[in-house]
Design a protein around this ligand. Sequence first.
Ligand code: ZN
Length: 313
Amino acid sequence: MTDTREEPDALYERLRAFEGRAAATEGVGKDLVNEPMIRHWCEAMGDTNPAYTGSGAIAPPTMLQAWTMGGLSGHTDRSPAYEELFGLLDGAGYTSVVATDCEQEYLRPLRPGDRITFDAVIESVSARKTTRIGTGYFVTTRMDVRAEGELAGTHRFRILKYAPPARKPESPRGDRRLRPRPVINRDNAGFWQGVAEHRLLIQRCGACGVLRFPWLPGCNACGGREWDTVEASGEGTVFSHVVMHHPPFPAFGTSPEGGPYAVALIELAEGVRMVSNVVGVPYDKVRTGMPVRLEFLRTDPDLELPVFRGGEG
Ligand code: ZN
């Protein structure tokens, strides 16, 4: 594979210059080390160690990072050096990121009432590495956590900043000249099977007999989960419609660029309504109440869709 990015060693030299620079400074824990957070942590972890309860309790050492977290209301900002390092990697094509591992070291127990402060440094940047997910650089950040100003532990956090794999060629599904594919799942597979056989199937509740469309696992009227189907006669009327102008979409449009097209809500003779297209009538001649009749339109070699042909006049 030809690599046209910046010559790797030159980039590495620039990245290494960030080693030792601050990643975060003067962080302060949002709360003092406290018993409620310790209790919740132990409950969540199922940790019943008696060292974490009662008088003289200490916090579980693995809570180290928890005391530094910003919570939902905000995180400590990255330092300018960290932003610059990420900018350099992004600019060189290493735009993806994945956290790989963390390591902690515990130097002093944390006790309820301790005030937490912390700062972080960009400890190391690896040489360029190729991994199974891509090629890039490991960046290790070391956070020093202090309690009452005394070093209590370190938290090392490593990420891989890597170049995403080359994009696969555009698939037919991404071709805007073709209609987007329907999402077929176990709840609607019967409908699409019917379409393939040129039958428009409506679900009928096995408990109360109410017809429903689109297909759903249960009945909106009674909650019943048993159902069978009835085949629509194909007769219907335009209940409502809109004309789409933007965004242009060649697969739907009335011109190769994707000119305007009518989207109609069709009321079937059986009483249920479905969204579809009206064909055989210019988009600006579709009218509410217009009688329409079901037909099947082949939109690409693998797909047919139910559409409705407008009546004359
Ligand atoms: Zn029902």
